[in-house]
Design a protein. Sequence first.
Lengths: 252, 712
Amino acid sequence: MSIIQVRQISKRFSSAEGEDVIAVDRVSFSVVSGEVFGLLGPNGAGKTTTLRMMLGLLQPSSGDASIDGCSVAVEPDQVKRLVGFVSTSVGVYQWLTPREMLAFVADLYEVPPALCEERTEQLAKLLDFESYIDRRCGVLSTGQKQRINLARALIHDPPVMLLDEPTRGLDIVGSQVIFEYIQHLRNNGKAVVICTHRLDEAERFGDRFGLMHHGAIRLVGTLEQLQETTEQQGLTDIFIQLMKADAQESQV
Amino acid sequence: MSSSAHLSLARTMRLALKELREILRDRRTITTLVLMPLLLYPLLGVMVKRGLLSSLESTGATAFRVVVESAEAIEQLSRQLEEGESLLPQESVDDSGNPLAELAAAAGEKQPALKIYQLEDGVPLETVVRSRQADIGVRLTASDQKGAGNGPSFQWMLVHRDNSQLSDNARSYIVRRLEAVNEQYVLDTLTEHSIDLHLPAVITERTIAVETKQQSPFITFVPLVLVLMTMTGAVYPAIDLTAGERERGTMEILIAAPISRMTLLAGKFLAVLVVALLTACVNMLAMIATLFTLGLDGAVLGGNALRLMPLVVLMTVVFAGFFSAVLLSITSVARSFKEAQAYLIPLMLISLTPGVFSLMPDLQMGPLLAITPLVNIVLAGRDLLQGDFNLLMFGIVILSTACYGVLALTLAARVFGSDSVLYGSSSSWTALLKSPDERLATAAPATAMLALAIVFPLFLVVGAIPSRLGQMFALSLPQVLLLNIFVFLIVFVAVPLLIIRLSNVSLSSALSLNTRVPFAALVAALLFGISLWPVLYELNLVVGIASRAESLQRMLETLVDDLEKTPLIIKLTALAFAPALCEELFFRGFLQTSLRQRYSATSTIAATAILFGLFHIVVRDSLFLERMIPSTLMGIILGIMLERSGSVLPGMLLHAVHNGLLLCVVHYKTQLEQLGIGLEQRSHLPPIWLAGGIGLAILGGLILWRTRPVSS
């Protein structure tokens, strides 16, 4: 039974010129617990918008998404409780320590203080930030802040994780932390959706992939299934072929 | 209903504490909060003191500068003035009430005094006086050292400027003393010749110290300075907690969490309010300390200022609350610090305009100014410090400001973290103003608060129109009463209906217009309607302050004759049915139904009843605080009625029967008096009436307690 179900979700915006722009066009996919689903595509493909609609940060123009049977349109708060969200665009509170910040976020999710302390210790060990857990977040490096953000998303122990471009701006060490984190999520039975345009990285951590272009999912499947369908080796080659086909189609 | 929908006080406090921790750890806040006032006030204090002293000098309250042409003139003039001074009766005027005199005394200038200078050779005395180098010139035109009688004689010519208060004061000072010398000479001469003196008119003087209204121009600056400094303290945290969150990328953490935006905003509001109040407190302390240190407290604040401090603090709290909410609503729209600052600069400039109003001494606080945002606070602050304020106006200022604050906060909650702010999508901006696509069962609590914020000032303004029109066009009481019905319809019905329409909410469910009413609820409503008035009447007697009750009675007495002549049906329509229908639709139907979806029954009923009570304390142009308790009690019963019956209709019945019965009692008072029951003399009701009332009310309560809404 899929814990994440996205059904025909669409988002339309009005551009500055007043034109109707379709950012996401009838996207559907599902993810089971313990599976890592890569939502792949170039910048502007509609990946992040899809993720935001799944979490209720943006209201879909049509369609729906549900987490563990809860519709994001009907029970937005319940959906938010079930989801952890990581994005490089998410910052940290400059004047709080990581410990204080985790306690604050735990309070937002109504995690009891004792349980919060326990999880903070576990996450500090897992993500190796014990040494600076009581230092002000404002003085931490980018990589250290990213670790705090990864911990922040897990403080309420959600069954579903949404990761938006998690390795953007990170060096090799920082990216490696992310890969280990994703492995940890998989091992703990979380259903994970990761948006990225780094196709080479995606191959390393994804179980299944959805290739997005111009707001729509064009291909869905495991790497083997995609290779079989497209007769290409890597995800990058598969995607280049997809874009070429699109270009030819639009010329015709 | 999800648990996150509740506006938990404990959670809001925790949110506020986290925000405060962040704000107060930032050194920039501390700089604005503490260092600015510590630097600003001593500087301002010194400037004010210099200004005051120079104004004292301009009226000669310190020392007159006198020029003479020779050493002999100095010697003789000084001698005669000293002699005159000793002859003048000692004035026993107590200067302690005059802050300016106190200031001058503290500055070491025993007022008034003379400083006599000798002119340099060749400089004409007139030139020196004309050029204001001296206040007066005294020329010795002739001297007779031997004197014809008892001693030497001198002729003095006083040279002074016209149109100069200072020069004129100096002239009077000298003339008074020289005349005293002359009078003494006449008296001595007459005594010497044994002539008995019987003057036709004997004059003695007695000066009485009168406490005058503080006229110091500096007092008008105090509210303005407080307003500006409170704003300064609140601006940075307001931007930081809204646009700052967006810029740092932490807003997504909040919006992705299962917590209502109103709770988030309430936490942020509390934090900004605390910082604003801290800033105001530091400023007030720095201001008072500076004034005391420089001895300016009397001159700037006047004698009453310190006694009025609690009211000034209350004003500051209200203002800080209002401004914090307004700032949050504006900065919530901004996507960055820079954008927020750009929005706030015009607001700061606009805020200076009401400050100018406070500097106009002739501008009196009236109903319109009392509900004009910002202007009302600055004027109320000025009037408070001058010890010259009207309690009704003060109440209106406080309540209207609170309403504007709530309005601003609900708007902030609507905008904070919306698509347009979070991701900059332009389409969502228009969506904010559009009515929602989905039809809702009840209006959101924020929408109800918005309606309340509109209805309260409207009630004050529109509510005064019928009696004004009555005076202007000499309308009869029935005509005024019929106009009152329109007021009720506009304020309590039209506004919520418009808001319900715009919010795309189902009318019958939003107003609890449920026609399936439990029969028991109607019986209970009838019992309460019949029984409550004797109880509330007695309660009025107990809580009502006699003098205030009399003034209310006096006010109503003017209407009594007209009221008696008015047909009962008009009275019942205007004073029983219309209020029952309209007030119940708004307070119970709209407000309570909307708040109930988020808050517990107890807190919803209590909040609605208090608001109901507050609306009832305004009677024509006076404020009757003693009406608060009976009206709130009535509001509680009406609130329980809605909660138990699930419909607004039994409440309307209760309200109409209660008001109608009271009107009937007054209408048929002659007949009642014939039966030996007089209600005009503010006497207690016959015990049997009261006992009957209480008994029926208890029965109504028991029936209501067992009543449940009819399930759909």
